[in-house]
Design a protein around this ligand. Sequence first.
Ligand SMILES: Nc1nc2c(ncn2[C@@H]2O[C@H](COP(=O)(O)OP(=O)(O)OP(=O)(O)O)[C@@H](O)[C@H]2O)c(=O)[nH]1
Length: 381
Amino acid sequence: MNGEEKQQERAGGEGAVDGQGKRPEWADGESASSYVQAKRPSAPKRLVKRKERSVADYVQGVLAGDRTLLAQAITLVESNAARHLELAQQVLNELLPHVGRSIRIGVTGVPGAGKSTFIEAFGTFLCEQGHRVAVLAVDPTSSLTGGSILGDKTRMETLARNPRAFIRPSPSGGALGGVHRKTRETMMLCEAAGYDIILVETVGVGQSEFVVRGMVDFFLLLALTGAGDELQGMKRGIMELVDAIVINKADGDNKEKARAAQKEYNQFLHYLRPATPGWQTKAYTCSALLGEGIADIWQVIETFVKTTKQSGVFDDRRRQQQKDWMHAMIKEYVETRFFADPIVKEKLPALENSVISGSKPVTAAVRELIEAYERGIGGQI
Ligand SMILES: Nc1nc2c(ncn2[C@@H]2O[C@H](COP(=O)(O)OP(=O)(O)OP(=O)(O)O)[C@@H](O)[C@H]2O)c(=O)[nH]1
């Protein structure tokens, strides 16, 4: 096996990242299920037609925990091609009885807070405890930069080599809505494949923290010392979303400062509404680099899961998340249809102008447009 093949093998085969954290060209869109890269070491890269996989192939492969098939199934749900959407939904439908049996943990924090170092240490610890860990990322910036800044393998090399772990970078989904759907469905596939801990990493860009809060059981903010500064500017919003604040880099000279920050955060948190009913969000310290405090954080999460399962909050949240997800998708679908409609496209510019010039009230313009759209839809039926 040459170096490149080894990389692919480690990465879980097709659909995973290469050594630079970039996904192979064919991993998106027109696709992965039907093409495979030629593996002759000296040959230039080319695409070779391969037999399409069936629903049963994907389902059996995922349930057997086959990493290559899992990666291919994820590529399928990430594809924007219409025929893949249908196939992906059939696969997910079959797998539905096998999903949901994991603990879903979100990790957020500013760039440089140490998210990848933390996930590497935390994920490795969990694997040592006998868990199987999948790491996913929600990164809406990936569609802008053309590559994922989060969750790539080069940032978590030890974990990436661990046979009990599976790392998948953020899908390039365009809008956050697309990334959201793809990550939710990837989560389902990983659960069906037997991963019992799902870590979802995000960086606080726009709405991504709300999106991740909407898909995890426990949400953790990785922070740095200098709590005073952070508390000034931020973050009240984010602090009300999370179940724990972990002050990272509590090592060396920074140890005392981290303790002081922990105290400040705790004082502040005391006055905030907790993100989860019946659970007091608190601040903790750790050193992801030295692996200190990692086991304690896992203990906090275990206590959280036990407490919220007993009170019913855990299951209530999961049910609510399903409902919210459904509503978000309906909204997205209706909005897309609406703005793609030829009548809307034709009438919108003139109506916009009359609103801008003040010759028509906004409400009247909106009504006129919606009525025209509805008449058009009626005309089609
Ligand atoms: N001293 C110390 N340094 C750490 C610790 N955790 C991370 N670092 C360092 O902080 C820097 C940033 O860590 P990353 O894990 O890349 O941070 P990140 O939040 O993933 O950053 P982005 O990739 O920018 O999103 C690296 O140089 C790490 O080695 C820690 O616990 N202690």
